[in-house]
Each structure stands twice: as C-alpha cells, then as structure tokens.
Design a protein around this ligand. Structure first.
Ligand code: ADP
Length: 263
C-alpha cells in the first residue's frame, strides 16, 4: 500500500541521516583521540613545544561534538507549538539588536515592516528561533559582506499557488521575507534544504537542522515556506503564516513565558 511505501521511504531516510550523524560524530572523536595520541608521544619524548596546539585541537573537536549532540537533542525534544496571536512587526523590531549582533560589520541589516500588518497565529518563540537561524544562514552565505533584508507584508490568495514542490493554499497570510545577497544555491541544493541533517557546511559547523526545523514549525502553524535562490544571486526565504482575527499580544511579550529552545 501507499502507507507502507511511505513508511519504508521514511525508514530509509532515517537510516541515511543517522548514518550521516554517526559519521560526523566519529570524525570528531577521531580528531580528539588523534590529538591526544600525538600529545602522548610528545610528552613521552620530552618535547613540549607543540603540546599546546594538540590540546587546543582536542578541545575544539570536543566542543564541536558537544554542539552537534546539543542541537540533535533540541531537535528531538521539540515541544508542541504554543500558538497565539502574534504581532510580527513588533517581534521583528524587538529582535533587531539580537539579529544585528548575530551578523558582522560587513553585513547591512535592512528591516521594512508593512504598516497595517495582520496579526498571525503562531508560536512567537519558534518564530524568533526561525528568524535567528535565517540570519545566521545569511551571514554564512555572505563571507564578503552584503545586505540582509527582512520585510513583512499581507497577502491574500484567492486560489492556491504552486512554488516548486510547495503548494500554498488559498487564504489570508502574514508574509515574512528574509533575503540575502549571498552565494545562493543551485536547484539541487534548494530541493534538499528542508531535509533534516542536509548541510553543505563543514563537519561541526552545520547540523543541517535549521531549515528543517523552520519547515516543521511553519507547517505546524498551518503556514507555508518557500525558497527563492540561484547561484550568485542570493537567497530569499519566504514564510507564510495564517492571519489571526484576534488582537495580538505585543510581539515578544508573547514569547517571554517560555524560554526559547536552544538552537
Ligand atoms: P545548516 O545551516 O546547519 O547547514 P540549514 O538547514 O539551516 O542547516 O541549511 C541547510 C543548507 O542550506 C546549508 O548547509 C546551505 O547549503 C543551504 N543554505 C541555507 N541557507 C542559505 C542561504 N541563505 N544562502 C545559501 N545557502 C543556504
């Protein structure tokens, strides 16, 4: 049956990811034991000149391994959404300093907020995490600097719209667009970015969980997310969240009741 097929495909995907994680983790462990072994030989030979370097390398590998498991645990422990009526403009404004600090001096941050933005039904904590993750991805995509723009707008769709594999249902949405002028992605990368553990970054630097977590949270909010990207032309991540008819809680105030999940 179709159900059985989907299950088999899912199991295959899980097998691939755990294999990938085990591989990354193993490489980090090899780095640690290799450094310690070199350290041991130096000390045995009474040569202390390079010991500091080997110790630093071991500690750096251990820290990367810890960061990897930390993110895995945060991913596994995902909490159910705490959905409320949120004022996204307020939330973005409250995050401006944090976002700026997560970038670097060569990257300009430009924020443009629609004046009469609809309130949206979502989890403010998760949305904050998502925006922070997107800013960090944008920073990584702009090693020589560039522009990160975050903008909001209302969008009313009277019929479904298809963007690649993503079908955006008809409805009223609060749209958040996060666009960078970075390296961009070829289509074969774009088609994989929402898969858990898909990353093009070196071991220890990327977990491949950022965009898959964003995808999961947006879907749980009954929203949609799409990517516009091409090599050399930058990347835009566009998040559609359903409009809420209720009065919003003031931006971040909706988020302070629960500590945000570490990412
Ligand atoms: P990670 O950042 O840990 O690799 P993500 O799920 O956030 O995990 O991203 C997956 C991959 O998608 C990245 O490794 C990168 O190849 C690509 N990517 C994500 N955001 C961008 C961006 N803004 N510009 C270019 N490539 C990106």
């Amino acid at each position: 049956t179709e159900e059985a097929l989907r299950h088999a495909q899912k199991m295959e995907a899980i097998g691939q990811l755990t294999g990938g994680i085990a591989h990354d983790f193993n490489n980090l462990l090899m780095g640690i034991s290799g450094s310690i072994e070199l350290l041991r030989r130096r000390i045995a030979a009474g040569k202390y000149d390079e010991t500091q370097r080997f110790m630093d390398a071991a500690v750096a590998s251990a820290n990367r391994a810890a960061a990897l498991t930390h993110r895995l645990l945060a991913f596994a422990r995902r909490q159910p959404l705490d959905t409320r009526s949120v004022d996204v403009n307020h939330l973005v404004r409250d995050m401006e300093d944090l976002l700026r600090r997560s970038l670097n001096e060569q990257i300009e941050l430009r924020i443009s907020l629609a004046p009469d933005l609809w309130a949206t039904l979502t989890d403010a904590n998760q949305l904050e995490n998502a925006l922070l993750n997107l800013a960090i991805n944008a920073r990584d995509a702009m090693p020589d600097g560039g522009l990160l723009s975050i903008s909001t707008r209302n969008e009313e769709l009277d019929r479904p719209v298809r963007h690649g594999s993503e079908e955006i249902e008809a409805g009223s949405y609060t749209v958040i667009r996060v666009a960078d002028t970075g390296v961009g992605m070829p289509p074969e990368v774009v088609s994989k970015v929402f898969e858990p553990f898909f990353t093009t970054k070196p071991i220890g630097q990327g977990t491949g969980l950022g965009l898959s977590m964003i995808y999961g949270f947006v879907k749980q909010s009954r929203g949609h997310v799409r990517i516009e990207s091409a090599p050399g032309e930058g990347t835009a991540v566009v998040i559609y969240l359903p409009r809420s008819d209720e009065e919003p809680l003031a931006g971040r105030e909706a988020a302070v009741e629960r500590p945000s999940v570490a990412s």
